[in-house]
Design a protein around this ligand. Structure first.
Ligand SMILES: [Zn+2]
Length: 105
């Protein structure tokens, strides 16, 4: 394993895992109030490989990269719904199947 110190030319995505101490919630429920989880720098995430918290400055970048990826996914998931009648038809169809009862006659 190569340990690279100093400035990196390109930000690498570090594999993150849910913090086991707070179970990804970033806070731990105390008796009276919630406390910031120290094990993950109150982020809810730890480095998957080591199980340790990232330094805050690195953490911000990693969370940003993760959020960007998540947003791209959300946009892709939302795309079909914005594509007009076909998507709307599917939605209506799902909702209407068995739900609408017209006894007009
Ligand atoms: Zn935690």
């Amino acid at each position: 394993m190569n340990k690279t110190h100093g400035p990196a030319f390109k930000k690498a995505v570090i594999e993150l895992d849910r913090c086991p101490a707070c179970r990804g919630m970033a806070v731990i429920k105390g008796v009276f109030h919630e406390m910031a989880c120290v094990q993950c720098n109150a982020s809810g995430w730890v480095v998957a490989a080591t199980g340790e918290a990232l330094p805050v400055d690195e953490l911000v970048t990693q969370l940003s990269l993760r959020l960007q990826a998540a947003q791209r996914q959300i946009e892709q998931l939302n795309k079909p719904a914005l594509m007009g009648p076909a998507a709307q038809y599917q939605q209506n169809n799902r909702r209407g199947a068995g739900g609408t009862n017209y006894t007009g006659d």
